[in-house]
Design a protein around this ligand. Sequence first.
Ligand code: NAD
Length: 432
Amino acid sequence: MPVDNSRLKGFFRLSVEERRKIVAELTGLSSEHVDALANYGELDELSANRMIENVIGTMSLPIGVATNFLIDGVQYIIPYCIEEASVVAAASNMAKRCLVGGGFSTNCDDSIMISQVQILDLIDLESAEQAILAAKHELIDMCNSLPSTMIRLGGGCKDIQTRIIDSESGKMLVLHLLVDTRDAMGANAVNTMAELVSDRVEEISSGRVHLKILSNLAAHRLARASAIFTPEELSDDGARDDGVKIIDGILEAYHFATADPYRATTHNKGIMNAISAIALACGQDWRAIEAGCHAWASQSNGVYTSMTQWSKDEEGNLVGNIEIPLAVGIVGGASKVHPAARANIEILGVKSAKELAGIMAAAGLAQNLGAMRALATKGIQDGHMKLHAKNMAVSAGAVDDEIGIVAERVKAQLGPITQQLVVEVLAALRSE
Ligand code: NAD
């Protein structure tokens, strides 16, 4: 559930068990959910074998919580499932820096998904298109005749649009069924509808229906988040001059991303560090989300660009916005069957798919700022490699207490942290 205070000072210094206890107390987690988080390798054989085919085992990743998030006036502790060091720390750090401006504001569309029906072998595409549009209500009623909780709750097919596309296979007519999937991601629901209407679509259009499948470019299901950061908050010591320089540096970094797809790809990868990590933690189809977000980033003029927009307001504050398609659900998929995903959704306390989408968009914006701020100041390697030092110690062969000692000694050295350095520090420790 949303918490009274997401600031959790000194949280990172606690043991894993102490942190879990605090999050459980703050969010009112049930013992079943606490156990799911505490049970490393939390998927039992039976559950894993039910989820996919040819199961031979499971693989775990850490879940960490990002703190300090104030979104639409509500405090959230946000679970991330990710293998990369420094992502959770950067998000928490940036979320803290917009608290003065009221945190993040979000605005998300209804859960409208697109299901595509491809019609081929048409002699007169325009007549077929008119015939389909004339039969729109019949087709919508057919979709909504399915026995479904989603439809009972007010969801279901709301509209049908048509597009004529020229392709290497010739011209084709494509229907878009626009379906409100409420609190579900909706892939299965909308695929079922597309298959249901296909015979009737062939009769009406006198064509041949080929593919019947959702589009992961969920262009009617956009999630938006925005936040304002003062120069003082962006400076580590609260100095306005320093903050102004940091904002200018961030804008130069942002303009690089808007002008260059090579930079935009890495810039957007940083955004997806948050979005995919939360998606994974909450049992979402993160491949669907990744595909949709990256495609959306090329939508405005066909050139791949930044998923975020940054500018300076009249008072010199940094203003950030993000708008991305987020097809997420809190019913269906793995969100209801994976024990750790259920616990993570409970930690967030979200009551709708829209609320989850808004949180993910806000976290993506914070993550983007974290990367740009680091790049525009001292570079990302300093912080990143320090957090990565323990992994490097393990790669070098350190065990037990050696891991912490090697990591600390490596961090205390001047100059870049390299694997060679880690190997040498471990060797020196062992020879003491
Ligand atoms: P789902 O098949 O479990 O359907 C959701 C069910 O929940 C429906 O039966 C619905 O009636 C019911 N429901 C109960 N309460 C509801 C509420 N409040 N709002 C909405 N529905 C409610 O899940 P889904 O979301 O249709 O499908 C998601 C799964 O489909 C994911 O696992 C995804 O990986 C997979 N998938 C993805 C793709 C793709 O992205 N290209 C393609 C096929 C399948």
